[in-house]
Design a protein around this ligand. Structure first.
Ligand SMILES: NC(=O)C1=CN([C@@H]2O[C@H](COP(=O)(O)OP(=O)(O)OC[C@H]3O[C@@H](n4cnc5c(N)ncnc54)[C@H](OP(=O)(O)O)[C@@H]3O)[C@@H](O)[C@H]2O)[C@@H](O)CC1
Ligand SMILES: Nc1ncnc2c1ncn2[C@@H]1O[C@H](COP(=O)(O)OP(=O)(O)O)[C@@H](O)[C@H]1O
Ligand SMILES: [K+]
Length: 517
């Protein structure tokens, strides 16, 4: 499902009205009815009877007027509160306000001089509050008066349903314009806005319900938004079917170069994730002195001990053996728990110069590249880089806070500049392709902020690529499944106690949930 900015959504609204001749008031009616159905259903579930609709002066408020009319006509006790001067309301919103007046739906204007406690006392009388103050038109910080209205809605401690986006959230990026409504549910029109998806806006959005309001698919196709949300259906569509008449060679050979003294666990988690993601075979290159530990712990993986120059780390002396195994592999991952060394840089240089095998670079491989990014220019095959924000900061020399504020742009620019696939990890992981295509992931939870989670992701990405899935799709699907497995682990044992190994354990269940077998 595509994700749009506020500007793109306005463009879609305009195209729908001007090019396809669908009147704005019809879109507003569809929007209002979609919200009404959700609100009505919710009221029935909770046994509620009374609704307050708080409306602003724009079209978001207009949607609120339609919701109020529909509720009124379905015998729900409803009152409309207008925040500010109703004289400035125009267009379709005004038409709907006039209808409300003729129907004698109760309307009250809240003005800047209003006593906050009086308004709070009023709101507390309702079972549910509909928030229709601002939608995608919010473009600056809210003033003190509107800020008070928003805070009062939050303090009323009632179920809140926001229309399109919680008022106060900037639809362009999910930032907060001073203060914002904390919704339980947000009914989003046609396509999610970046502000519904990115944090902190996503937190304020609560449960997101996307409803069609009649914007033609043709308009969306011609606008061609470059950002998309990874969905279950999409992942299902790209995972290969397993045919009866096949053998392990059909599901890809993976080679993992990982682990060093003290960090063998990283290599193990990556290998286990590769196998749990459905790949046929995994070999792990491991410094010779660590081979025994790996053999004991990894039953299904094949270990390839490497002679060591420096005890416990993979180095350039091993390059011939590494290159040989790489040439026999469908995908390779380098970095989890490798330890950072000058030698690893040289290993990477050799691989980049001489191999076309798709490569996933994680952890210490990324840190080694941070000082020698130009090595990426040598790459002969597809590469996936999986930095968390701190690793991205090292790669780009941009501060972590600035990266977090511009995750999509920074991941996108890096991917295009260096012709690599970038996975910028963290809540709402961004996958950026060299083509400019962007995916945002919504699975996962804070329980995954635990040592080794990233190693598991590296294993899944590598396992999917080895199974022949095109690398960008393989990466986006892996990110989704990784988060889903994390969500299922949290569902079973909770966010606090879960460890990376629990994500691996839940991987088969996550895959089964998606493909059905
Ligand atoms: N045909 C369509 O387009 C359809 C649109 N639909 C709905 O309309 C919503 C978008 O409506 P919108 O563009 O009218 O803006 P909205 O979000 O209601 O904001 C109201 C106005 O507030 C103002 N304002 C901004 N910031 C402010 C601030 N900090 N403090 C105070 N004022 C501030 C600003 O006006 P300004 O003051 O800048 O002149 C702005 O115009 C959309 O989310 C969806 O719900 C659907 O019905 C489907 C059809
Ligand atoms: N709050 C969160 N919500 C969703 N996913 C998260 C969250 N915190 C961490 N993750 C995911 O967990 C993984 C952590 O990876 P990383 O930071 O590399 O950990 P490690 O280096 O310990 O393996 C990433 O895939 C990240 O997206
Ligand atoms: K709203």
């Amino acid at each position: 499902m595509k994700i749009v900015s506020n500007t793109q959504m306005k463009q879609l609204d305009r195209m729908t009205i001007e090019q396809y001749g669908i009147p704005g008031i019809l879109l507003m009616e569809n929007a209002g009815i979609a919200v009404f159905h959700e609100v009505y259903h919710h009221l029935q579930m909770m046994g509620g009877k009374q609704v307050a609709v708080v409306c602003g002066r724009g079209n978001n408020g207009g949607d609120g007027f339609v919701v109020a009319r529909q509720l009124f006509q379905h015998n729900i006790k409803v009152k409309v509160f207008i925040s500010g001067n109703p004289a400035v309301i125009g267009g379709d919103a005004k038409t709907n306000l006039e209808i409300l007046k003729r129907l004698e739906v109760p309307i009250e204007v809240i003005s800047p001089g209003e006593n906050k406690n009086v308004f709070l006392g009023q709101l507390k009388q309702y079972d549910l509050i509909v928030d229709a103050i601002f939608g995608i038109g919010l473009d600056r910080n809210v003033d003190e008066f509107i800020g008070r209205v928003i805070e009062t809605i939050n303090e009323a401690e009632k179920t809140v349903v926001s229309i399109d986006i919680p008022s106060g959230v900037n639809a362009a990026d999910g930032s907060i314009c001073g203060t914002a409504v904390k919704a339980h549910k947000t009914i989003v029109f046609q396509l999610p806005k970046l502000g519904n998806i990115n944090y902190p806006g996503s937190y304020y959005t609560g449960e997101m319900i996307v409803k069609n309001i009649g914007i033609p698919q043709e308009a969306i196709i011609s606008l061609n938004p470059r950002i998309q949300m990874i969905t279950t259906d999409w992942v299902k569509s790209i995972l290969p079917k397993r045919k009866a008449d096949t053998h392990k060679g059909d599901y890809g050979r993976v080679y993992i170069v990982a682990g060093s003294t003290g960090m063998t666990g990283a290599a193990m988690l990556t290998c286990e994730a590769v196998l749990r993601s459905g790949a046929g075979l995994v070999k792990v290159a491991i410094p010779q002195s660590l081979n025994n530990i790996m053999e004991v712990r990894l039953t299904e993986a094949i270990t390839v001990p490497l002679p060591e120059l420096k005890k416990g780390v993979v180095g350039i002396s091993d390059i011939e053996k590494i290159m040989k195994t790489m040439s026999q592999s469908d995908a390779v991952a380098v970095g989890p728990g490798s330890g950072q060394s000058r030698e690893l840089e040289e290993v990477l240089r050799n691989i980049f110069e001489n191999s076309t095998t798709p490569i996933v670079l994680d952890a210490d491989a990324l840190n080694s590249l941070a000082n020698r990014k130009e090595l990426l220019k040598l790459l002969k095959g597809p590469a996936v880089l999986t930095p968390h924000p701190m690793e991205m900061a090292r790669l780009t020399q941009i501060a972590v806070e600035d990266i977090q504020k511009n995750r999509v742009e920074i991941a996108g620019e890096f991917a295009q500049k260096w012709n690599v696939i970038v996975v910028l990890k963290g809540a709402r992981t961004v996958v950026a392709a060299p083509s400019g295509e962007i995916f945002i992931n919504t699975t996962g939870n804070p329980g995954m902020a635990t040592a080794g989670s990233g190693d598991v992701l590296t294993g899944i990405i590598t396992g999917f690529i080895a199974q022949g899935i095109e690398p960008v799709s393989a990466t986006a699907a892996a990110v989704y499944i990784h988060g889903l497995a994390g969500d299922m682990a949290a569902g079973d044992i909770g966010e606090y106690g879960m460890m990376a190994g629990d994500i691996v354990t839940h991987l088969p269940h996550a895959l089964k949930k998606i493909v059905g077998k």
